[in-house]
Design a protein around this ligand. Structure first.
Ligand code: AMP
Length: 132
């Protein structure tokens, strides 16, 4: 059984901060920054491709709840919502989880987006494909 299923079943402890019928939220054991929280569906789902519409909504709702709680209790004004789906995306625990990562001025996290010159022909083709 995966580590998050064991947490959900109560076999191993966690620092729970929120729960409803579909999801549970608990503090990430490694705390990338203070307040780093994971939102996890109770049903074992490997990654984003397996989520139901109801689970997707519950995960987003819980993420917003947790972000607001961090704001209220830790004065968090900046946050990253992050999901790694698949090994190439950096997923280590194969049970879907949304990271809620508070950002502080002195943290050493760098999320880098490489920008390219826009290619409108390619964008048009891609848009057409994704609308099929
Ligand atoms: P990812 O690389 O997106 O799969 O992230 C997995 C996350 O799960 C890491 O940030 C770990 O610190 C976290 N993690 C692993 N085991 C536990 C645990 N028992 N309780 C809380 N967080 C955990």
């Amino acid at each position: 059984m995966c580590v998050f299923c064991k947490i959900i079943n109560g076999e191993i402890p966690c620092s729970k901060v929120y729960e409803n019928e579909l999801v549970v939220a608990f503090l990430d054991i490694s705390q990338v920054t203070k307040g780093h929280t994971l939102i996890v569906p109770k049903r074992h789902v490997e990654n984003v491709f397996g989520l139901t519409k109801e689970e997707s909504a519950a995960i987003m709702e819980a993420s917003v709840y947790v972000a607001n709680k961090l704001k209220e209790k830790l004065n968090v004004e900046n946050v990253n919502l992050l999901n790694n789906s698949g090994v190439l995306a950096g997923q280590c625990v194969m049970h879907f989880h949304m990271h809620v990562i508070p950002r502080y001025g002195n943290d050493d996290i760098e999320i880098k987006q490489v920008e390219h010159e826009p290619n409108f022909e390619e964008l048009g083709k891609l848009c057409k494909l994704l609308n099929e």
